[in-house]
Design a protein around this ligand. Structure first.
Ligand code: DGL
Length: 247
């Protein structure tokens, strides 16, 4: 099976890493819209337009499925993409919600969603979690983490200050949804900050579990072939891929 993975830039490589290691597919074609990242500060119509352009780009590869790794794009563009695609299109939000349900024993547990402004404002996570019966759901836009991760700042005093800035006065939640492609790279720092009580929900791992169940796919013997495309600076995206995926 040949599967496309789309993201606004390099961040979706965190989702690609999970898909690559899970060995669910024969080929993974990653496309990052690095010329126009970030999507997380853009409005709905712009995000939808960019995603539909990405869909046109993927059509040349005759893919069997498209995975939207970007949370901001998943929050706004799934319906528009599904209306135009002749293959399955999956986003990461349903998968993240399913993983959260699995991680928490009861609906009174406290959930914090951290994401870009676009994802938080869409309320997609909040709506789904409330409709699943959770009552203590908060969402916080922590956009500063995105450029920091891209600078390779995953821990240390600068990251600690950014966390204190965003999380001041916030008690450790039972689940922290890393609702942005970049945030799994901060897992260690976030766990240190919030402590053992907080379970981290990672979009990449969540989509792997989701696809295994939904599409009934089992792991293959070989790792998938990888192909990388970017709308700008492909070399830098490939370098990041080498680091994040240990290629
Ligand atoms: N990929 C985006 C997301 O997961 C983060 C970067 C951006 O704002 O484009 O929401």
């Amino acid at each position: 099976m040949r599967v496309g993975v789309f993201d606004s830039g390099v961040g979706g490589l965190s989702v690609l890493k999970s898909l690559y290691e899970a060995r669910l597919f024969d080929e993974l074609i990653y496309y990052g819209d690095t010329a126009r990242v970030p999507y997380g500060v853009k409005d709905k119509d712009t995000i939808i337009r960019f995603c539909l352009e990405a869909l046109e780009f993927f059509k040349q590869f005759k893919i069997d499925m498209l995975i939207i790794a970007c949370n901001s794009a998943s929050a706004y563009a799934l319906d528009a993409l599904r209306a135009k695609a002749d293959f399955c299109v999956y986003g990461v939000i349903d998968a993240g919600v399913k993983a959260t349900i699995k991680a928490l024993e009861d609906k009174n547990k406290e959930i914090l969603v951290i994401a870009t402004k676009a994802t938080v404002n869409s309320k997609e996570y909040q709506k789904r979690l409330f409709s699943e019966g959770f009552i203590r759901v908060n969402a916080l836009a922590t956009g500063l983490f995105v450029p920091m991760v891209e600078e390779g700042i995953f821990e240390g005093s600068l990251m600690r200050s950014a966390m204190e800035y965003y999380f001041k006065g916030i008690a450790s939640p039972d689940a922290l949804i890393l609702a942005c492609t970049h945030f799994p790279l901060l897992s260690r720092s976030l766990s240190e900050y919030f402590g053992n009580k907080t379970k981290l929900i990672h979009s990449g791992d969540a989509i792997v579990e989701f696809l295994k169940q939904k599409e009934r796919i089992n792991s293959k013997n070989n790792k998938p072939q990888l192909h990388f495309y970017a709308s700008s600076d492909l070399d830098s995206l490939k370098n990041t891929a080498r680091m994040w995926l240990n290629l």
